[in-house]
Design a protein around this ligand. Structure first.
Ligand code: SF4
Length: 332
């Protein structure tokens, strides 16, 4: 049985992009593997964020994950800052991580361009990510393509630490890259992301889903209803492939190519299918929202289970790194 670790930002309720790209797969993985799923609030604070909303967005994310099928009897679901060993290990890993490696990370370069003064937390983000994974000695990390470089760095950090402090201590985890291609946002321009505002939330009401889909970008060649289109270049068609039955997907492609219907007709069918797929999740979320204490209890129990593993790893890490009192601290 593999040990799986994966993290998600506390960005509030799940949207279609992170559901299809990550969480749907988590729900499958938890059936076969030992899974640790973490809401990474320490990562969230490396960029501008709303202090007043962070806690509620963390709770909303947990509610969404549980409603989407994360089962606390199978997987360990917890909040990163509730297990302080994450940051302790990250600090120790900074001592074996070359700055040059961090500076060449694509995500760092992109995000640093947007910061007037680049903060150390942003640069060290992948070190904390390495600590997240290795704290649990996870061997499998489901990620999107944009995170593969960070997993390679995690492997390198594990190698460097092992070479200095104990061969074979940390495994070199493998990235399990999502087979769902990047889910594009409703603007058809960028990856679906809350910060861009081009998402559909999985808990949104059917009418809201429709209102969000109506103005979404389609094939620009379809200027009028009589202009034929090319479904393969239209994001709405790609969403149909995730939410509509096979016969409907075929019908969508045919009617698009032959101008057999308008884009609004096409979006209407998609809106109905998205609403139908998420109906059970919406219902479960409504029950959890009525009892937020249940979600808090699940997160507290998850953190407790995570801490057992994390503390065990850190006890051995401190010992191997020769920290004063490490052996004495370890005694019961
Ligand atoms: S008919 Fe559908 S698939 Fe074709 S361009 Fe319009 S929205 Fe896209």
């Amino acid at each position: 049985m593999a040990r799986v670790f994966s993290g998600i930002q506390p960005s509030g309720e799940l949207h279609i992009g992170n559901y299809l790209g990550a969480v749907r797969r988590w729900v499958e993985l938890q059936r076969q593997h030992e899974c640790f799923f973490c809401i990474v609030d320490y990562h969230a604070v490396t960029q501008d964020y709303d202090v007043g909303l962070l806690a509620s967005r963390t709770l909303d994310m947990a509610t969404s994950l549980l409603a989407a099928g994360i089962d606390p009897d199978r997987a360990v679901l917890f909040v990163q800052s509730h297990v302080p060993e994450h940051t302790e290990l990250a600090w120790l890993f900074t001592t074996v991580t070359p700055v040059g490696e961090l500076e060449r990370m694509t995500q760092f370069k992109e995000k640093a361009q947007r910061q007037e003064s680049v903060l150390a937390g942003l640069m060290n983000y992948p070190v904390l990510q390495a600590a997240d994974v290795l704290l649990y000695k996870a061997d499998t990390v489901p990620v999107g393509e944009d995170q593969v470089q960070h997993i390679e760095l995690t492997r390198e950090i594990a190698r460097k630490w092992n070479a200095r402090y104990g061969e074979g201590f940390f495994p070199e985890p493998q990235a399990l890259v999502s087979d769902a291609k990047r889910i594009m946002g409703l603007d058809g321009q960028a990856k679906m992301s809350k910060s861009i505002g081009n998402t559909i939330g999985i808990l949104e009401e059917p009418e809201t889903i429709w209102q969000r889909l109506r103005p979404a970008m389609t094939d620009p060649a379809r200027v009028t209803r009589n202009d034929p289109g090319t479904p393969e270049i239209c994001n709405i068609y790609h969403l149909h492939r995730h939410f509509s039955p096979p016969a409907t997907i075929e019908d969508v492609a045919h009617k698009c190519r032959t101008a057999g219907w308008g884009c609004l007709d096409c979006k209407r069918v998609l809106a109905d299918n998205i609403a139908r797929v998420f109906e059970p999740i919406r219902q479960r979320a409504a029950e959890l929202k009525a009892h937020p204490e249940r979600v808090r209890d699940i997160l507290a129990a998850g953190a407790e289970r995570a801490r057992v593993v994390a503390q065990d790893t850190m006890r051995l890490v401190r010992e191997r790194m020769g920290l004063f009192g490490a052996r004495e601290r370890a005694r019961p």
